[in-house]
Design a protein around this ligand. Structure first.
Ligand code: PGA
Length: 258
């Protein structure tokens, strides 16, 4: 079975509305040419409405970096899924390691948020990954499988309703990319877990991205790995030209869908 490749930009806490407009205006013509790749841009909330408006008739999905699972109420500082849908958002990041490590989101919170997004018809990109200490101490798979299992519990959907992103924390923003073999090894293990805990159809349909210092110089080799379906990219996606190069590499490595 062939899975569509996906290339996603995570802007994190960067860009004004004006900068976002310039980026998206430059991105859309290239995105329209990349017919074998799904593309998403996860932006700060302040420019998300504008990015959703600009990308509405394009193949680029406007994405939120965070939200809360309740729909409304006394949750100061939060935004809900219906609010995001109201401005045209199509996809959401869930459980990015910076949310987990800096803002204390635990597996239970990540699982509830994932379910809420899917119920509403948004595509969640659920991030999992281990720290350097966990990897060095042999606890990498305990951590990653625990994170994946927490999300799967009670989730009754097809594999195309969810995307996972394996992002080893030691590789994020450090320039210290996992080797293509390490990325394949971890992502292959995640797919095996999905096969065992669900079934072949589920495991074969779920897309699993790699994230952590992906850049134009290493993307082709990472994308060529059997189980790697795309990238979630921070630093190297902040400049639109660089993100376009990453999209092109994903397009080149994608199986032809004709
Ligand atoms: P990076 O970030 O590409 O800058 O390592 C990836 C991410 O945090 O999603």
């Amino acid at each position: 079975m062939t899975r569509r490749s996906m290339m996603a930009a995570n802007w994190k806490m960067n860009k004004t509305v004006r900068e976002a407009q310039d980026y998206v205006a430059a991105l859309i013509p290239h995105a329209t040419d990349a017919s074998n790749v799904d593309m998403a841009v996860f932006t700060p909330l302040t420019c998300l409405g504008e990015v959703a408006r600009m990308t509405e008739d394009s193949p680029v999905l406007a994405g939120a970096q965070n939200f809360y699972f309740e729909d409304s109420g006394a949750f100061t500082g939060e935004v809900s899924i219906p609010m995001l849908q109201d401005i045209g958002v199509k996809t959401v990041l869930v459980g990015h390691s910076e949310r987990r490590e800096v803002f204390g989101e635990d597996d239970a919170m990540v699982a509830r948020k994932t379910k809420r997004a899917i119920e509403a018809g948004l595509l969640p990109v659920v991030c999992v990954g281990e720290t350097k200490e966990e990897r060095d101490g042999g606890g990498m798979w305990d951590k990653v499988s625990g994170q994946v299992n927490a999300v799967l519990e009670g989730l009754d959907v097809g594999g195309d309703a969810i995307v996972f992103a394996y992002e080893p924390i030691w590789a994020i923003g450090t320039g210290d990319t996992a080797s293509p073999e390490d990325a394949q090894d971890a992502i292959g293990q995640i797919r095996k877990l999905l096969r065992e805990s669900r079934d072949d159809a589920f495991a074969d349909a779920v897309r699993i991205l790699y994230g952590g210092s992906v850049k134009p110089g290493n993307v082709a080799e990472i994308m060529s790995q059997e189980d790697v379906d795309g990238g979630l990219v921070g630093g190297a996606a902040l400049e639109v030209d660089s993100f376009v190069e990453l999209i092109q590499a994903a397009e080149d490595s994608a199986p032809d869908e004709e």
